[in-house]
Write a protein that binds this ligand. Sequence first.
Ligand code: NAD
Length: 469
Amino acid sequence: MTSVKRQVVAPLEQVAVFNPYDGSLVESVSTCSPDDVGALLERARQGAVISKALPRHRRAVILEAAATLIDARREEFAHTIVCEAGKTIVQARKETLRCVNTLKLSAEEAKRNAGEIVPFDAYAGSEARQGWFTREPLGIIAAITPYNDPLNLVAHKLGPAIAGGNAVLLKPSELTPLSALKLVEILIEAGMPQEIITVAIGGADLGRAIVSARDVRMLSFTGGFATGEAISRSAGLKKLAMDLGGNAPVIVMSDCDLDKAVEGCLSGAYWAAGQNCIGTQRILVQASCYDRFRDAFVVGTGHLKAGDPGREDTHVGPMISVAAAERAQAAVEQAIAAGARLLCGHQRERAVYHPTVLEGVPRDNRLWREEVFAPVVMLEPFETLSDAIRMANEPDYSLHAGIFTDKLADALEAAAGIEAGGVMINDSSDYRFDAMPFGGFKHGSMGREGVRFAYEEMTQPKVICINRE
Ligand code: NAD
């Protein structure tokens, strides 16, 4: 098999990838420096020519074959995710299966979404014209990804980009590059010409150099707000897709199935140790059932086992680093100092931060307003649904929200009133299906992922019009 790790141009030095749970060295990988970006782009330019020339059936066959290969080696992929990202093995298996699906959906998109007839005769005076539009590649797409879903979030960029006939210059998170490298190896094994994807491992300096390169036609970024903001300042004239953070609210109405709401919120809040852009961060509970929900939620949280992500019975693995866990702990300390009440959790062993529940967090506190990206959840009572919707909408960015209720009218009122890219009814905020449009509302979000939607962002329509006169 061709080694993706050796494909980079003049690798400068090595970056060590550490296991977030025990701090052990997992592997070292060659990095690129900002000075390498010219050569990386040269390779990507060749990739763009090759990719554009691939017939759609070839793109589909490659993507489908890669999905099959990953499925066959899913334990190995899941193990890599556990080692580099600290997700529990159960969660890592789920991410791997989602990646298989993302690639299959991308294969379908390559075959299905090639353009449309344009109804020229719908415009008086154009009766003699006939034509269509095609979906053409953009050329080189730069993809920059975060650490928290190191496989499937990369697949969400590579799959649609390949389906659309593009080349990709991929810079995965320097903390978790191994799943991305394995995915690219598999695509090559599945028959993808290697120049189509150029992988560059490195940190912010490398990212900055890629972002500002003139030949990059689109930058598809998933990561934090501060990085997104820095990128938008330096990107220049190119298409930007920004999948940024969240601070998801879930509303619990007193008429709902409370056990189901508790179970859904436990999973939504603590999946991937809360390092999840659609993770449930604020649970707004109708006052008449607040005490019952709180007691059950705290008991449920106490039953969760935090620790070794390699064990089948672990529910909450480590955060990505000791520093990230310390930051979460400090944010909680600060909220407590500002008046919040700690209901459970808050202990830390190295990078493992135990699931933490707070109530009474002041609504101007950072924890309420910003993304915490940790296994920390806040409970807050409300009286009426309109109060809850107002509270849900307080932060100035949002990805997903949820509501548990037995009343259709309330569910639909929340769906209409909550400003978010998705409102999940009788589910926590943490539901995503890889074919649906996925992205945020309000500050910072640009574009949508979800295979069809990313594919459409990553292609450009070209109109062909025939004048029969
Ligand atoms: P991050 O913003 O720190 O890093 C993301 C990527 O950007 C990394 O590859 C990093 O090396 C690179 N980078 C850093 N500075 C850069 C710069 N100046 N120019 C170019 N690239 C640069 O994010 P993270 O800590 O890895 O991930 C967590 C964040 O990602 C959270 O905010 C989370 O909500 C968000 N996220 C969003 C989604 C989504 O789909 N909306 C999904 C997952 C994670």
